[in-house]
Design a binder for this molecule. Structure first.
Ligand SMILES: [Fe+2]
Ligand SMILES: [Fe+2]
Length: 425
């Protein structure tokens, strides 16, 4: 287990610099949970019963033809069954035309809870599906709905953010994300700030509740999640990935690794990387090149990862930033990524377009820096050549992607658009 100092530091996500800065630190604290809130953590009412038997959606395979539906429950269901259809059946279990069965598992450090998951395959792209979690094949229960990704090159909309936590700002930004009706939301790490520690399970429960309540479109579709790993998904225990990131890997079926890539039809190949939290940068480099080559027919390749190559708050020479630039930036340049999503610094930032470590008109614009709920930090790197715009602003990015045009809007916690950029490429 992390010691108390590490845990508290992690929870507040305060750097030594901020702590010393005092005023900046106090500002960050004001927006973060207070010390007494954390001290009372075990007495906070549990919201577990409010998230049990409610589904969330990830992908282990093609987002155009599959969807993985997962839910938690206090006990394992007798049968892990989803019944589904392309028409609403009002929750009448028997009426759904198709069904698929999955499995349950437990997370070793989290007894008394079952994770239940079913992967639907062979789905039709760009199609709305209605489903029920059906322990039995009869009766009536809550109907849910999602949509597969189109595979015909039609426009995509998605939301990107990172560094959420579980407080009111995180909740508001989840709601604002849902309102934008994205086809999915990608989070670049630091989700619940539970530090891979079962003592902090209520942070996860609150995180899930925020997502489940908020990330639903006005039309009632569940917004699928694509989750990269951040430092706050991990503990400091000795052991393999499942020990170090028990909840990230235990809650979210995304292929079983901390790095993966997904293909969203002809337009988008999205690569989620692990910026050295479980797997070192260098160990992903060959794989990164390989998946880009394999998806050479994708119009756009976009990477998302936790630690920025071009930080707005932390030091440019920070070890994980340097590793990212050395190991991965040549690939990002080579694949002509129009955008890259960066996080971890708890700010808003947009860089100039960059190629080969310099400003270049056709370069990659790095958007970040992970501020979807945690207390915003100061822009310590203000004025540096690569920052086009930066501020201490909680936000989400909404991306509209069509063939030849990518429009990005930054939305703050009051729902106001405060920055935008359009790339015609
Ligand atoms: Fe982080
Ligand atoms: Fe963070």
């Amino acid at each position: 287990m992390p010691n108390e100092k590490e845990t508290l530091e992690g929870r507040f996500a305060l750097t030594r610099r901020q702590f010393i800065a005092g005023v900046a630190g106090a500002a960050a604290l004001a927006a973060a949970p207070t010390l007494s809130a954390w001290a009372d953590e075990d007495k906070r009412p549990s919201v577990a019963d409010k998230i049990f038997n409610r589904p969330y959606i990830t992908w282990q395979n093609d987002p155009c033809t599959t969807a993985t539906i997962t839910w938690q429950s206090a006990e394992a269901p007798k049968q892990v069954l989803v019944r589904f259809d392309t028409e609403t059946r009002g929750g009448k279990v028997r009426k759904y035309a198709k069904e698929a069965e999955g499995r349950s598992w437990t997370i070793p450090c989290l007894p008394g809870r079952s994770i239940n998951s079913v992967e639907l395959t062979g789905l039709t792209p760009g199609t709305r599906y209605y489903f029920v979690l059906a322990e039995k094949k009869s009766g009536e229960t809550t109907e849910h709905s999602f949509k597969t990704i189109p595979n015909d090159g039609s426009p995509l909309r998605f939301v990107a953010g990172g560094d959420q936590n579980w407080g009111p700002v995180a909740r508001k930004l989840c709601e604002l994300a849902g309102r934008e009706a994205p086809m999915f939301t990608v989070i670049g790490g630091d989700l619940a700030y539970a530090n891979g520690d079962p003592k902090n399970i209520r942070a996860w429960d609150n995180w899930f509740k925020n997502w489940m309540d908020g990330q639903v479109t006005p039309d009632g579709l569940i917004v699928p999640m694509v989750l990269a790993i951040g430092n706050h998904e991990t503990n400091k225990l000795e052991g393999g990935p499942e020990v170090r990131a028990p909840f990230y890997l235990g809650f979210f079926p995304q292929g079983g690794k901390t790095y993966f890539s997904l293909r969203f039809g002809p337009l988008l190949h999205l690569i989620a990387l692990d910026s050295g939290h479980i797997v070192p940068h260098a160990e992903q480099t060959a794989w990164f090149k390989e998946v880009v080559a394999k998806n050479a027919d994708a119009k756009y390749h976009i990477p998302t990862y936790h630690v920025p190559f071009f930080p707005s708050h932390r030091e440019f020479e920070g070890g994980l930033s340097v590793a990212g630039r050395e190991q991965w930036m040549p690939i990002v340049d080579e694949m002509r990524a129009p955008l890259a999503f960066e996080h971890h610094d708890h700010t808003f930032k947009r860089t100039v377009p960059i190629r080969n470590g310099e400003k270049a008109d056709d370069g990659t614009v790095y958007l970040g820096d992970g501020c979807m709920g945690v207390g915003p930090r100061e822009i310590d790197n203000a004025g540096v050549w690569y920052l086009e715009k930066a501020s201490s602003t909680a936000h989400i990015w909404v991306v509209d992607m069509a063939d030849g045009r990518i429009a990005c809007r930054a939305i703050d916690k009051d729902g106001k658009e405060f920055d935008s950029i359009t790339l015609n490429r």
